[in-house]
Design a protein around this ligand. Structure first.
Ligand SMILES: CC(C)(COP(=O)(O)OP(=O)(O)OC[C@H]1O[C@@H](n2cnc3c(N)ncnc32)[C@H](O)[C@@H]1OP(=O)(O)O)[C@@H](O)C(=O)NCCC(=O)NCCS
Length: 208
């Protein structure tokens, strides 16, 4: 399995990547920010994506987005093809894109919003911490990406202060300061409790 920085030669996989992201969101029954193949190709051409290939078969993908003039960076659109799940591939992709983001944007805070436990676990391992949305980018273009999520009404109701997603942040300056302190990963139970609490607060009854 090759996990590499994508380039324009990988454009042929863009449609499959978008289809897999969309299909997986349907299966999970969760909200998702939609991506177009054109957008994915731009990410590849600019060296802002990581792709995993098993020979010439698409296996996984993730890309970088920079916000607030490069003060924030997000690793978005993580997807592993169903055939390749459960074997540590997402972790490899996450590590690769994280390293790449840190090299390209060493000063930037790296953030993520997610409802997925797998992503929460991987983020925690990398040193991300849960934070309120007020700690994330205020770049409206980022939040506009949530418009295609089925839970967008919640984000609107809360004036963008919270939603079903958990905000997570890797702050290089804070990590540097706390380097000598033993930072413990956030526990799975804590995330699940937080998720249930938010669902009971925000989801309409018939959606529960
Ligand atoms: C989520 C996804 C990327 C995981 O890919 P994967 O290759 O199976 O993940 P890995 O095998 O590398 O597992 C990474 C970690 O997540 C955990 N994990 C994986 N799938 C999980 C799930 N469905 N629920 C809870 N934890 C999960 C693994 O146990 C592992 O944690 P550990 O190191 O503590 O054991 C994949 O299932 C997928 O593409 N899902 C659909 C898209 C999606 O949900 N993307 C995230 C959007 S926020």
């Amino acid at each position: 399995m090759d996990v590499v920085i994508a380039n324009k030669s990988h454009a042929v996989y863009a449609q499959e990547i978008c289809d897999t992201i969309e299909e997986s969101a349907k299966v999970r029954g969760t909200g998702i920010a939609k991506r177009t193949p054109e957008y994915v190709i731009t990410k590849m051409e600019n060296g802002n994506a990581v792709i995993a290939l098993d020979g010439d078969k698409f296996a996984g993908f993730c890309y970088i987005e920079a916000w607030s003039h490069g003060k924030f960076v997000a690793n978005s659109g993580l997807i592993v093809h169903p055939e390749y799940r459960g074997g540590g591939l997402a972790k490899k992709i996450k590590h690769k894109i994280f390293e790449h983001s840190r090299t390209k944007y060493p000063e930037a805070k790296v953030f993520s919003i997610t409802t997925g436990l797998a992503v929460m676990k991987m983020n925690s391992e990398l040193g991300y911490r849960p934070v309120p949305f007020s700690e994330l980018t205020t770049d409206q273009t980022f939040w506009n990406g949530c418009q295609t999520c089925k839970n967008y009404d919640i984000l609107q109701r809360t004036e963008q202060k919270m939603c079903l997603c958990t905000g997570m942040l890797y702050d290089p300056a804070a990590i540097e300061k706390k380097n000598e302190i033993d930072i413990k990963p956030v526990k799975e139970k804590v995330f699940m409790r937080l998720k249930r609490l938010k669902q009971s607060m925000f989801l309409k009854k018939e959606e529960k």
